[in-house]
Design a protein around this ligand. Structure first.
Ligand SMILES: Cc1ncc(C[n+]2csc(CCOP(=O)(O)OP(=O)(O)O)c2C)c(N)n1
Ligand code: SF4
Ligand SMILES: [Mg+2]
Length: 351
């Protein structure tokens, strides 16, 4: 994989966190994504969240699939463990790593193509099993890396850059995550750092399956007229617009939004998305209400962003399986060979 190393020096006055690390200590190599890609804003938010949480980088494992989104772990946490797996297989690789070493912080990074098409089964089982992780889908509605085919999250009726109309129904991964039993479910927008950074921090702190769908503009393949995110389309059809946006500029979009408001985010080509930010009094512990809230606003053409649901007493896969409380590589001979008496007792229990 090609990458550009960042210079090692940095300003001596950079702020430090409680571990004495600067922001630079949480960065990776220089991004090779298109300038203005929403994925780079998500990278910046992950770096900020890990810096603010004062996470020791060697305690993090970043696991991804294939796609522009799945390339992004190269651009953050350069001193962490990382595994760029096969298309759609991030969840099973992450599950295996998590079972082998429960002491690491797992960041699963994926795309809407990676998770909603080839990896849909893996996505589903990973969430329903309650693997302790932060699962981030960088959702742009297209297969960016392979030149802009519709992904399964693209709206029915929207037009691709090549002029093809999408005739398939779209998948809402947030609704699916709620139905699958994820214990932390949120959606955000790559350009809303004020919302995204605290959500990532909360997801990392959550002990269980945390799913985060981040709407992330693809500047290369979702910036054309005819998309269901255009302002005219929303006004005329007033249909669910629960995904993507697109921009023609080469500058990332930024957004400051008050809780409880709907913000029409206009792109440089005139296309828009309507983002509804949850209000402060939204009840986050009611799974079925969260689903209803999502669908109600989706029908009005609004994308709900914010922390939609958190299970109060979340448990993870290790708790379900009653696994040993140490990482497997920390088990000594005494743990692995408990002796003849213990073996006899175990054999007796099988008779
Ligand atoms: C088994 C397999 N099938 C197909 C591909 C081709 N492929 C590479 S990335 C990709 C889609 C990526 O889309 P997404 O996950 O949304 O990432 P984005 O580039 O949009 O961030 C596809 C189909 C592949 N690499 N491996
Ligand atoms: S093709 Fe799209 S998703 Fe890929 S780097 Fe460029 S803007 Fe980002
Ligand atoms: Mg994509």
């Amino acid at each position: 994989m090609t990458y550009l190393a960042k210079p090692k020096f940095h300003h001596p006055g950079l702020p430090k966190n409680e571990l004495g690390y600067t922001h630079r200590d949480y960065e990776g190599t220089i991004s090779t994504l298109c300038a203005g890609c929403g994925h780079d804003s998500i990278t910046a938010a992950i770096i900020q969240a890990c810096f603010e949480l004062a996470i020791e980088p060697h305690r993090v494992a970043k696991i991804s699939g294939i796609g522009c989104s799945s390339k992004t772990p190269t651009y953050f946490l350069g001193n962490s463990h990382g595994f760029n797996s096969v298309h759609g297989r991030m969840p099973s690789v992450l599950t295996g790593a998590n079972l082998a070493n429960r002491d690491l912080i797992y960041l699963g990074v994926s795309g809407d193509g990676d998770s909603a098409s080839i990896g849909l089964g893996q996505f589903a089982h990973c969430l329903r099993r309650g693997v302790n992780m932060t699962y981030i889908v960088e959702n742009n509605g297209v297969y960016g890396l392979t030149k802009g085919q519709f992904s399964a999250t693209a709206d029915r009726g929207s037009k691709s850059k090549r002029g093809v109309i999408n005739t398939d129904n779209s998948i809402d991964m947030v609704a699916m995550a709620l139905q699958l039993g994820a214990t932390f479910v949120a959606r955000s927008f790559s350009g809303d750092k004020e919302q995204l950074v605290p959500i990532i921090k909360a997801a990392i702190a959550h002990k269980g399956a945390a799913f985060l769908d981040v709407i992330s503009p693809c500047v290369a393949f979702n910036n054309h007229a005819g998309s269901t995110r255009s302002f005219d389309f929303v006004r005329e059809h007033n249909e669910a617009v629960n995904r993507l946006d697109f921009i023609s500029t080469r500058m990332p979009i930024e957004l400051k939004q008050e809780p409880g408001t709907v913000e029409i985010v206009e792109q440089h080509d005139g296309s828009t998305v309507a983002l509804r930010k949850l209000s402060a009094d939204y009840e986050i512990h009611d799974r079925s209400a969260a689903l209803g809230f999502l669908q109600h606003h989706s029908a009005k053409g609004q994308i709900v962003t914010g922390l939609l649901f958190v299970e109060k007493e979340a448990e993870d896969l290790h708790a379900h399986l009653h696994t040993v409380d140490k990482p497997l590589n920390a088990l000594g001979t005494a743990d692995l060979c408990p002796g003849q008496a213990a073996l006899d007792q175990f054999n007796a229990s099988m008779r």
